[in-house]
Design a protein around this ligand. Structure first.
Ligand code: TYM
Length: 334
């Protein structure tokens, strides 16, 4: 039986990924590449919706690829590439835009949040069509599963709707994908504001654990994390969102169950617990930081890996795009 196909992407909008990206998405990417035909991309075109200095975008795109490999995304097991290296993403996005309702795109909550924050004058059209480009990323590869965090669920729903709509209107070209979301890790929260998700665009980075932070900075952030009234180390999302978030993080890195950790810390204080979580995380992140730097020291090799990924991605994406064009009645120029 042929392997199921997986596709996912991540934006290169910052120097470092954070723990939410790692636990909600990248950890799954690493696991899924073993038994699946996996395609993973750094979505540099999506990052253009936020104005960035070109030199910085270039650096962050490479840093993103380096971090993915350092975490365990293995270019020998999967296809790792940069979105802009595969022109079919933009080409299919246009086609999908033509079957997307204006109101439908306007209902995307990420667009609503971001455009409300920025105001109408600072909201670009790219932000509005962003989820449609994302749908193109996924549908081009005939993906079965899309490993993501909870915040992407609505975008995957839109992808499914657009794929189905095209199939019904024109021809059965697309496989209809499913979001793959691990419930316990789907929303890692900010350490300073444990009711909000950890986010690259947080107003303050004090509650955002970045993978490339120094050990000292990581420990400091954990030590000053916001906890809850009471003294008990117990998982209770409603009453103890801060402690619950820390328990989730500890469990994901240590491999211990939440119950085991609760028992280990019975009778101990929040201070001891926070320090232990910090240590577990620092131990896991140290090798990632070192490996990322090594990869960045040999950018020629990194670019070679990404180009080879793009070659394979272009083949798969090109075939789907060609089927789409034929189905639409566009004259084949091949
Ligand atoms: P991005 O770059 O914001 O985030 C990358 C991945 O990290 C997940 N994530 C989280 N998971 C748990 N807790 C959090 N606090 C947290 N914050 C982020 C996200 O859910 C995501 O899986 N639109 C996408 C990028 C994209 C994409 C795609 C994803 C473009 N094309 C095709 C999948 C398939 C985004 O902005 O992710």
């Amino acid at each position: 039986m042929s392997k199921k196909r997986v596709l996912s992407g991540i934006q290169p909008t910052h120097d470092s990924f954070h723990l939410g990206n790692y636990l909600g998405a990248i950890k799954q990417w690493v696991d899924l590449q073993k038994e699946h035909d996996a395609f993973y991309c750094v979505v540099d075109l999506h990052a253009l919706t936020v104005e960035t200095d070109p030199k910085l975008l270039e650096k962050r795109t490479l840093l993103s690829a380096a971090q993915l490999i350092a975490i365990g995304v293995d270019p020998k097991l999967c296809t790792l590439f940069i979105q802009s290296h595969v022109p079919a993403h933009n080409q299919l996005a246009w086609v999908l835009e033509c079957i997307t309702g204006f109101g439908e795109a306007g209902r995307m909550t990420q667009f609503k949040d971001k455009s409300q924050k920025g105001g109408a004058d600072r909201t670009n059209v790219g932000l509005f069509t962003y989820p449609i480009l994302q749908a193109a990323d996924i549908l081009l590869y005939q993906a079965d599963f899309v490993p993501v965090g909870e915040d992407q669920r609505q975008h995957i729903e839109l992808t499914r709707d657009l794929g189905q709509r095209f199939n019904t209107k024109y021809k059965e070209v697309f496989n209809i994908p499913q979001a793959q979301i691990i419930k316990s890790l789907a929303k890692i929260n900010d350490l300073q504001d444990p009711n909000s998700k950890m986010s690259k665009s947080a107003a303050s980075m004090a509650g955002v654990i970045e993978l490339l932070d120094s050990p000292e900075a990581t420990i400091k952030k954990f030590k000053s994390s916001v906890t809850d009234a009471g003294k008990e180390i117990k998982y209770d999302e409603k009453e103890k969102p801060g402690i619950s978030n820390l328990l989730t993080i500890h469990s994901a890195f240590s491999g211990k169950s939440v119950k085991e950790i609760e028992n280990e810390f019975a009778g101990k204080g929040y201070g001891d617990f926070k320090l232990q979580v910090a240590e577990v995380v620092v131990e896991a992140l140290n090798p990632i930081r070192v490996k990322t730097q090594e990869l960045m020291d040999d950018q020629g090799e990194l670019i070679k890996i990404l180009k080879s990924g793009a070659e394979k991605a272009n083949q798969v994406a090109g075939k789907t795009l060609s089927d789409v064009y034929t189905a639409l009645g566009l004259i084949n120029n091949g």
